[in-house]
Design a protein around this ligand. Structure first.
Ligand code: MN
Length: 423
C-alpha cells in the first residue's frame, strides 16, 4: 500500500468530517485566483495547496523532475512524467501535510502563501483533452434504454455481452464543473409527424458517468492488455454526458450519437489518482458468456464509489434523484482500454474515456432522467411543487462521488452544470 493511503495518517490542515479531501486523497487540479495565474494544486480539507509555491520553495527537491510542469495551465506534462514520478509527488505532498512533518507546518509565511481557501479560487479544466471516447458499459443502463427504444425481451443487442460498446465523442466541448450550458437546438421528429423540425431540445438529460485520464501514450499499431491498462490510467473524474434525447432518437441510426451529445459534457475539477482509489477496489460482476481472451483479466478491477445526482430548481429547491455506484459497471476500465487499443488505435496523454451512464439495479439508482422517469411517464416531484420529466431551463444538475472505508472518505468534489435557455 502507498504510505499516503494509511488510514491513520492525519493532516495539520483541518479536514472536517465528511470532507472529500482528507490527506489520503491528494487529487490533482488546476486553479487560479484573482491574483494567481493558472497552476497545479491539490485539495486538502477546504483548502488548495499551491504546488508551484511548494516546489519553488524546494520542498519537492527530493524528486527529480522538471518543476515547471506544476506552473502550467494544464496537468498534461505533469501526468506524462509517469507514475514513478507522480506517485512520488503524491506521497511527498501527503508527507508534508501530515502532523508528523514540520517542514511546511512550522513555516508560517510559506504555509500562508501556499494554502488557499477553495472558496477564493476558481477551478479550471485540469487537462487538455486530445481525444474523448464514451463507452456504454452499464448492463442495467443498456437494458433500460434497449427496453424503451426497442424491445424489452431483446433489450441488449447481440454484441453487448461480447465487447464494451463505445463511440468517439467530442473533446472540444468538455467543460469544467460550474460552466453553464445552453439548451441545444437540433433536428427532431415526433413519431406521428411526417417531417422533422428544428428547435431547442425538449428532452434534455444528464448521464451520470465516471471518466479516466490517460498518462502514458502508445504508438499507433500497438495494443494495451488488460494487465497493462492500469499503468496507462492516471486517475478518475466525475463526468456528466449531457444528452438531448429527442435529437438522439432521430439521429442515432445507424452510426450512433452525434449532435445529441457533443454540445457539452461536464467534468469535476479534481483528478483522483488510481492509487488513492486502490483500497476501494472490488470484484466485477460475473461475465457470462465468457469473454474473448484479449478481454479477460485477473484481480479486482471495479471500484466501490458511491454516486449521487441532485437537481436544483431555479428558485433553489433541491432534490437527490439518484444514488448509484461505479461498482455496477459490467465492463471495467482495463477491458475498455484493451478493447479500444486491440486494433492498434493509439492513445494520448490527457485522453478521456467515460464509462457510459452508470445505472444500478433499482429505479432510485438509475443514472439518467430517461430511466428515472421512464421516458417521462413517472415524473419526479420537486420540493417546490413542480415536477420534472427532463431537465428544465435554469435547473442545475449536481453530481457527487465518494468512496468510504476504514474511516477514510475519498471524494471527487462536485460536477455541476446549470442549463441556460437556448441561444
Ligand atoms: Mn454517455
Amino acid at each position: 500500500m502507498n504510505k499516503a493511503n494509511n488510514p491513520k495518517l492525519k493532516s495539520w490542515v483541518e479536514v472536517k468530517p465528511g470532507s472529500d479531501f482528507p490527506i489520503q486523497n491528494i487529487p490533482f487540479g488546476i486553479f487560479k485566483t484573482k491574483d494567481l495565474s493558472p497552476r497545479a494544486g491539490t485539495a486538502i480539507g477546504n483548502y488548495i495547496l499551491d504546488l508551484s509555491i511548494i516546489t519553488n520553495a524546494g520542498l519537492l527537491n527530493t524528486i527529480a523532475f522538471d518543476k515547471k510542469v506544476l506552473e502550467e495551465k494544464t496537468l498534461n506534462n505533469f501526468i506524462a512524467l509517469g507514475k514513478p514520478i507522480t506517485n512520488a509527488v503524491r506521497e511527498r505532498i501527503a508527507e508534508l501535510l501530515s502532523t508528523e512533518n514540520t517542514e511546511l507546518q512550522n513555516n508560517t509565511e510559506l504555509k500562508n502563501q501556499a494554502l488557499i481557501k477553495q472558496s477564493d479560487a476558481e477551478m479550471l479544466l485540469p487537462i487538455r483533452i486530445p481525444n474523448y471516447t464514451d463507452f456504454y458499459s452499464s448492463r442495467e443502463h443498456a437494458t433500460n434504454v434497449g427496453s424503451m427504444f426497442r424491445d424489452p425481451k431483446n433489450a441488449l443487442l447481440p454484441n453487448w455481452l461480447h465487447l464494451p460498446v463505445g463511440y468517439h465523442g467530442r473533446a472540444s466541448s468538455i467543460v469544467v464543473s460550474g460552466t453553464p450550458i445552453h439548451r441545444p437546438k437540433g433536428q427532431t421528429k415526433a413519431d406521428d409527424a411526417d417531417k422533422p423540425t428544428f428547435g431547442p431540445t425538449r428532452l434534455l438529460d444528464f448521464e451520470l458517468e465516471m471518466a479516466f485520464v490517460i498518462n502514458k501514450e502508445t504508438a499507433l499499431g500497438s495494443s494495451v492488455t488488460t494487465a497493462q491498462a492500469e499503468d496507462h490510467i492516471f486517475g478518475l473524474l466525475l463526468f456528466n454526458d449531457w444528452s438531448a434525447r429527442d435529437i438522439q432518437k432521430w439521429e442515432y441510426v445507424p452510426l450512433g450519437p452525434f449532435l445529441a451529445k457533443n454540445f457539452g459534457s461536464t467534468v469535476s475539477p479534481w483528478i483522483v489518482t488510481l492509487e488513492a482509489l486502490e483500497p476501494f477496489k472490488t470484484d466485477s460482476p460475473e461475465q457470462d458468456p465468457e469473454v474473448l481472451p484479449y478481454l479477460q483479466f485477473t484481480g479486482k478491477k471495479n471500484y466501490d464509489i458511491r454516486l449521487e445526482v441532485d437537481i436544483i430548481a431555479p428558485a433553489g429547491a433541491a432534490k437527490t434523484i439518484s444514488n448509484s455506484n461505479f461498482k455496477y459497471m459490467y465492463w471495467n476500465m482495463c477491458q475498455q482500454l484493451a478493447h479500444h487499443t486491440a486494433n492498434g488505435c493509439n492513445i494520448q496523454v490527457g485522453d478521456l474515456y467515460a464509462s457510459g451512464t452508470i445505472s444500478g439495479p433499482t429505479p432510485d439508482s438509475y443514472g439518467s432522467m430517461l430511466e428515472i422517469t421512464w421516458q417521462g411517464k413517472n415524473p419526479i416531484q420537486m420540493p417546490d411543487g413542480t415536477e420534472r420529466k427532463f431537465i428544465q431551463d435554469n435547473d442545475t444538475v449536481v453530481m457527487r462521488a465518494h468512496a468510504e472505508k476504514d474511516g477514510v472518505r475519498i471524494g471527487f468534489g462536485e460536477c455541476t452544470g446549470k442549463i441556460l435557455p437556448a441561444l
